[in-house]
Write a protein that binds this ligand. Structure first.
Ligand code: SF4
Length: 228
């Protein structure tokens, strides 16, 4: 039987509670709406259509935090950063840094294992237009708190994009809130170091705002900060 404070058991319980959450009516409707009208490339697939729990190594020292669940990524596959181009970028970078056992993240049963890393989103449901409201952001922040408490070895929160940075700094209660920037670091008094990174959205990766070399450099810095 697992010890009461075993991170894997705590995170598994938390994951079940996240997946059952219905606190944001607009997002409950949207995640189902998206599932009922998939694009042709996913026609016939059974979508997860629920909130997506965090995924990774319960002994993680680095947590990669995204904006929100992707409509046809996590909302389809049921796993964070899985089945969409942003997930491809993140997992390839984690693999190059030795934090993932393979460079791909295609579906929840593909066997992907993260080693020393955890992944999740500030908002666990897919929002319309990829834009959660401030109320939805704040309603979901309690899950981030619980995850960070359970990840007892966590040292770095690698935050993808300004929205997730805003969520992370609100969660941390930092005053004044540090401005988001690529490579910006903010050490919390009692908690992980926040490390900013441009979001690997198509808009950023297709235009060269974020390159793989830039992402690799930030992940390498996260690994460096996370060393015991
Ligand atoms: S966004 Fe978060 S709080 Fe809102 S319904 Fe989804 S899991 Fe629940």
């Amino acid at each position: 039987m697992d010890a009461p404070d075993d991170p894997a058991a705590v995170l598994a319980d938390l994951g079940e509670r996240i997946a059952a959450c219905t606190r944001c009516p607009r997002l409950v409707s949207w995640r189902r709406e998206v599932a009922g009208h998939p694009p042709p490339r996913f026609a016939g697939e059974r979508y997860w259509a629920r909130p997506v729990p965090g995924f990774g190594d319960p002994a993680a020292r680095v947590y990669v935090l995204g904006l929100a669940t992707a409509a046809h990524g996590g909302n389809r596959t049921g796993r964070a950063f899985t089945g969409n181009p942003t997930g491809d970028w993140v997992v390839r970078a984690l693999h190059r840094a030795g934090l993932a056992d393979r460079p791909t993240s295609e579906h929840a049963d593909d066997g992907l294992r993260l080693d020393g890393a955890w992944t999740g989103s500030a908002v666990r449901c897919a929002p319309p237009g990829n834009r959660p409201t401030p109320l939805e952001r704040d309603t979901c922040l309690g899950f981030l708190s619980e995850e960070v408490r359970a990840l007892t070895r966590l040292r770095v929160l690698l935050v993808l994009g300004g929205f997730a940075w805003d969520a992370a700094t609100r969660w941390a209660g930092v005053r004044p809130r540090p401005r988001f920037g690529h490579g910006v670091e903010h050490r919390l008094d009692a908690g992980p170091t926040l490390l900013g990174c441009y979001h690997p959205s198509r808009q950023n990766t297709n235009t060269g705002v974020l390159t793989e070399a830039m992402l690799d450099a930030v992940v390498a810095r996260a690994v460096e900060l996370a060393r015991p």
